[in-house]
Design a protein around this ligand. Sequence first.
Ligand SMILES: NC(=O)c1ccc[n+]([C@@H]2O[C@H](COP(=O)([O-])OP(=O)(O)OC[C@H]3O[C@@H](n4cnc5c(N)ncnc54)[C@H](O)[C@@H]3O)[C@@H](O)[C@H]2O)c1
Length: 246
Amino acid sequence: MRLEGKAAIVTGAASGIGQACARLFGEEGAKVLAVDLPDTGLSEAHADSANVSCLEKSVAEADAADSIVGTAVESFGRLDVLMNNAGVSTNALAEAMTEEQWDLTMDVNVKAQFLLCQKAIPHLRESGAGRIINVASVMAEMTDYGLSAYCASKAGVAGLTRTLALELGKFGITANYIEPGAIQTGMTRDSFQNPEIAAIWAKKAALRRLGQPIDIARGALFLASDDSAFVTGHGLTVDGGLTLRT
Ligand SMILES: NC(=O)c1ccc[n+]([C@@H]2O[C@H](COP(=O)([O-])OP(=O)(O)OC[C@H]3O[C@@H](n4cnc5c(N)ncnc54)[C@H](O)[C@@H]3O)[C@@H](O)[C@H]2O)c1
């Protein structure tokens, strides 16, 4: 029970990495507010999760930060862990990318993370051991065709989180980001349901397999718990060795 007595928010928690993180945090004793878009099966995803309550809300709505942080603090009386995981991936060559695609990617992947962190800071200060965990991607460091907005957004997450770590350390708050590799989730379902594509990505990793959401959740648990008390401003790569060689 590494999160006993803690209260956490996990966004993008109806599917994939966020679902696994909300569930694991709950199993480890935290009270968890799981957040996702309406009609994504959020409640069903957590029907048998311990200590998880659900809020259907887009993190990109104007009142999202107020609403999400307000609901958590009202429900739990405190906030110790903010995990900004909700994300979208836009795949379009730069020449063809629309401004709407660019804006959506930035709004969900970076701006919403910033606004949620900003709103959470006073409560994380009160916690005495506040934890910010922002989900970036190995694509913060590398690139692929069609990913200009996605890569820019994830590099933005890294820069945002390092700055938060610097500014908030004196309040006992740590801020770290995770860089997942190729993980089998809703975001990658279309690609990885093709066995040839799945095999190519599995082979690229030193551990010779695709990642599962629980692989990321275990890294997130470390960053949420007292085990990472002296770790801040760090990008934790959880990719099975995908990025060891070019
Ligand atoms: N799957 C991978 O290989 C991989 C690799 C690197 C990084 N990531 C990152 O991991 C995070 C989680 O993605 P995943 O792979 O679990 O995909 P996923 O599609 O399974 O989960 C993402 C969740 O975010 C939710 N979401 C999207 N927009 C939202 C919004 N505006 N408000 C609230 N919720 C919203 C979706 O509904 C979905 O449930 C993302 O930030 C993604 O960029 C994933």
